[in-house]
Each structure stands twice: as C-alpha cells, then as structure tokens.
Design a protein around this ligand. Structure first.
Ligand SMILES: C[S@@+](CC[C@H](N)C(=O)[O-])C[C@H]1O[C@@H](n2cnc3c(N)ncnc32)[C@H](O)[C@@H]1O
Ligand code: SF4
Length: 499
C-alpha cells in the first residue's frame, strides 16, 4: 500500500514516517511522489516561528471526507538539530493521529518506535525531572498510553532497587561472549547460529580465537584496573559445545579476567534443552555459574516441530528438573507469544505448564518477523494470531506473572513485532538478571567477544555510544579475530584514557 505525503520538503521525514506506518500496516510504502497510486493522501502544513505548529489532513482512496489533526509546541532550544527534532516529533504526532483515525487502531507506544522505552524515562529522571513531569512529557510528546507509562515506571523503579548504583557503573564494563553453534536452526531466528553437527574442525578453530580474545581483553582490563560487573554467555547456544570445551572456557574466564569474585553475575544461556546434560551441568556448577536459561518457547509439541526446534516438551521439563536436582538455583525460561498456530488456548497451556516449574525468571517475547529468518522468507506458510489475540496473550502473561509473584524488570521492543508490543522480562524479587538491565539501559560499556558479538562502548563522560561488531560467521571470525581484538582494545583505550 502506498501513502502519499504532501507538504514536507525534507527527506529526513521519510524514515520516521515509514517506521510509524509500519506500526499500522504489514506492507506500506511512504512516498513523496505524486505519480504513484496511493491509498492514502496526507497533506501537512507546517508553521515555525517561536513555536512549531503542524496540521495534517488525510483522505482515503480519494475520498473527500478527510480527517484533520494538529499539534503545537514551543521551541526550547536554539540549535537547528533540536529544532528539527521538535518539528519531526510534531509531524510524527499528527501522522499517528491521522492513521489511528483511519485504521481505528490505537498505538499503545504512541510515536515511539525505538527499542528502549525505559531508557528514555531513566534519562528524564536523571536530568532531574519529577516522575510526574517525566510522565507528562511521555504522554504529551510521544502519545504513550498511561498503561505503558505505568509499566515503564514500575520497571525503572525495580531496576534501581536491583542496581542502586546503575548510573555510576560507567567505569566498569560487562562482557558478552557469543558461541555461534546450535543443534538446529529455529525458523524465526537470525542470531548467529550454525548447526553444530559435523563441524568439530570449525568449533575447534572458533574456540581457539575466543580464548585468544578473552586472554587479551582480560589482560587489558587487569592492567587498567577496570572491574567487570556481569558476564553473559549467549549465542547461538553456549551449551552446544562439549562439557570439556565448556570446562576449558570457564577456566580461561577465571584465569584471564580480573577478580571474578567481585563479578555480580555470570549467566550461561543454555537455551536449547537438547544441549543440556548432567556432565555439562556439573561443569556449570564447578565454575559457580549463577544463572542459566532453559527455554521452552512453547509447551505445545506441534509448535516446536513447526519452528524447527528438534526437542520435545518433555525434554524441557526433564532438563529443568535435572538442573534443579543438581543445585541450579537461578533458572530463566524464555517464552514466545504468537508462534505459528498458537492462540490464547495454547498460551494458557504454556502458562499452566510454567506454573508447575516456577522458574526464577521468565522472559516473554512477542514473535518478531526478522527479515533474514526462514519464517519471514516463507511467511505464507505460517499462520499467526491477529493483533487483538496477541494483545490478549500479552495481557494473560502480565496477569499470570502478577498472580504468581513475578515482577517486570526489563523491557524492549523490536521492529516487525506482532501487535507492535514488547518483550518483557519478569523475575522473582532478587533473582533478576543484572546483565539484562545493563544491555537495555546502556549505562555502561559491554565488550562483545566471540562470533556475532557486538560491543557497545558507552563514553563514561558524555554517554555517547559507539558500536563495534565481530564477524557473524565462524569462518570470517577465525580469519580475523586478532584484528577485531586489537580494534576493541584501541577503542577501549580511547574511551577510558580520557577519564
Ligand atoms: C539469543 S535467543 C536464543 C537462546 C537459545 N539459543 C534458545 O533458542 O533457547 C534468545 C531468545 O530470543 C527469543 N527470540 C529469538 N528470535 C525471536 C523472534 N524472531 N521473535 C521473538 N523472539 C525471539 C527466544 O525466546 C530466544 O530464547
Ligand atoms: S537455538 Fe536459539 S540461537 Fe539457535 S537457532 Fe534456535 S533460537 Fe536461534
């Protein structure tokens, strides 16, 4: 579907308007060119003096019965950049109002299309605003609903009680370690995940590179006296390698990194139940891993088959009990709402099974159609629930976690996420993952080691973020890990030497 825009003569409007259109329509194309056939025509009129005022009119299929909306705001800052930001927000606001009117869909997150809503609230509070002032701005400038604002505040409060020094952790770092192998590739997934079978040569070389990165970066942190807050092993599936390989890797972690005793949390995302065994759990225990994930995604067998997860529901439950019986005290489980063929009945069943296990934390994702995934490439083969049913399932998760003693503690949004909703991490009090808070709130640097690991360098003085990504596939990683390690150390020098 085409949406023709008139009255805007700055191409910088293209992207924000496209992102907002994507909230409403599966496939839409925002165009500024008259020659295209357009279902919707939108005329904007912008006036700027000491304030910005935007008026917009929408007509559907040439229908004269147009609807108008307007927005006005006073400029507060002088720079061109800040001016444009306000004009963009005003245009987005009017655009959202127009599309809400014609589609009759209310967007719970308003014009906010970013990944980290809670970071926005943290920033406002850090700047010294009261909660009331911050909420008012979120409502007024972004059209976020009260329900979502309350959720954001609840999460921000929770995070600050778990990590009271959150805003002072800039001079520490967290570490992410990416292991790019899995037993099979799931249909929705775009993470670096290569089927491990028959790849021992590739695993050996990869681990050689990873040990090198850990030693080098660990030596630099030790030399500079920079503490590590948290360490997270993800991927892929970090338990798809053998128990012996895991043992050597964690030994390396203790040898290479400074002062492991003061690290607040080490998580290993075991993830796929079919990779978990007694000997691997023994290794995790031997090295005092605090937290693991065992991810059901769903408790319906047909769903697991449809998404290419080659394990049974029973195996998820058995491995959970095995981990518990061997002393794992903090287990997380990931669920996905809106998997193919699933509606409220299947999700109710999943919640019922979760109740029998009560993991310490539960992360509830909403299915996202990621561009490069098998599922997106063959979208017509997968039948998924509609917007209303997704919203209902989200509500079910919220109520269920509330009734069972879980608190929401982190939240993020993605593009192409069903129902334009969010992913929420819930946990029993005191069992939250500190790493998840670090990655979402961007208050400190995270150094990514291994395949597909991306590093995020947060300047301790300005808060400016620089990203740096390691290669995604094991072959390129093996060819170039030394170069990537050196680059990271160079960036770290730049960041921390200026203190
Ligand atoms: C890094 S992934 C993989 C973890 C682990 N390998 C596993 O599959 O259990 C972390 C989580 O993101 C979620 N996830 C991955 N792709 C997704 C998608 N396209 N839509 C929604 N959730 C997704 C899944 O719940 C998954 O457990
Ligand atoms: S096991 Fe996890 S990382 Fe691997 S393909 Fe499936 S979702 Fe992706």
């Amino acid at each position: 579907m085409n949406i023709l825009i008139k009255g805007l003569n700055d191409e910088r409007f293209g992207r924000p308007l496209q992102l907002i259109s994507d909230l409403f329509f599966e496939e839409s194309f925002v165009t500024f060119e008259e020659e295209k056939e357009a279902e919707y025509k939108i005329h904007f009129a912008i006036k700027t003096d000491d304030k910005v005022s935007v008026e917009g009119t929408i007509s559907e299929n040439g229908n004269e019965k147009a609807f108008s909306a307007s927005f006005e705001n006073k400029f507060e800052e002088e720079s061109e950049k800040e001016h444009f930001k306000m004009v963009k927000r005003a245009v987005s606001y009017v655009y959202l109002m127009l599309l809400q009117h014609v589609t009759e869909i209310e967007q719970p997150w308003g014009i906010l299309t970013g990944i980290r809503p809670t970071k926005l609230l943290h920033n406002k509070l850090r700047e010294g605003m009261t909660k009331e002032q911050a909420h008012e701005e979120l409502r007024r400038d972004y059209l976020i609903t009260d329900e979502k604002i309350q959720l954001m505040q609840r999460i921000v409060d929770r995070q600050l009680s778990i990590v009271p020094d959150l805003y002072a952790l800039k001079k520490e770092v967290s570490i992410y370690i990416g292991i790019p192998f899995c037993p099979t590739k799931c249909a929705y997934c775009t993470f670096p995940a290569y089927a491990i079978n028959g790849r021992q040569g590739s695993v050996d070389s990869f681990l050689g590179g990873l040990h090198y990165e850990m030693r080098k970066v660990g030596a630099w942190l030790t030399e500079q006296n920079i503490p590590i807050t948290t360490i997270y092993y993800g991927g892929g599936t970090p338990t798809s390698i053998t128990a012996r390989e895991m043992d050597m890797l964690y030994e390396e972690m203790y040898e290479a990194f400074p002062n492991l005793k003061s690290v607040r949390e080490v998580t290993v995302e075991a993830g796929r139940p079919d990779t978990i065994s007694e000997d691997k759990l023994d290794v995790l225990n031997k090295w005092n891993i605090d937290r693991i994930s065992i991810n059901p995604q769903s408790y319906t067998q047909e769903t697991l088959k449809a998404i290419g997860r080659h394990h049974t529901v029973e195996e998820t439950i058995d491995k959970f009990h095995l981990a518990r019986s061997l002393g794992m005290k903090n287990i997380n489980m990931d669920l996905i709402i809106g998997l193919p063929g699933e509606g409220t009945a299947e999700f109710q069943h999943t919640l019922g099974e979760t109740k029998k296990l009560l993991p310490e934390s539960l992360t509830v994702h909403t299915l996202s159609f990621k561009r490069a995934s098998e599922m997106t490439k063959n979208k017509q083969r997968y039948r998924v629930a509609d917007r209303d049913e997704i919203t209902e399932m989200m509500k079910m998760a919220e109520n269920w976690t509330n009734e069972n003693g879980y608190e929401p503690y982190y939240l993020y949004r993605q593009k192409n996420i069903l129902g334009n909703l969010e992913n929420v991490g819930y946990a029993f009090k005191g069992q939250e993952s500190i790493y998840n808070i670090m990655i979402m709130e961007e208050q400190q640097s995270i150094i990514g080691l291994g395949c597909g690991a991306s590093s995020k360098f947060v300047d301790p003085t300005t808060g400016k973020i620089t990203r740096f990504a390691n290669p995604k596939d094991p072959k390129s990683y093996n060819d170039s890990y030394e170069h990537y390690t050196n680059e990271k150390i160079r960036l770290l020098h730049e960041l921390f030497d200026r203190k």
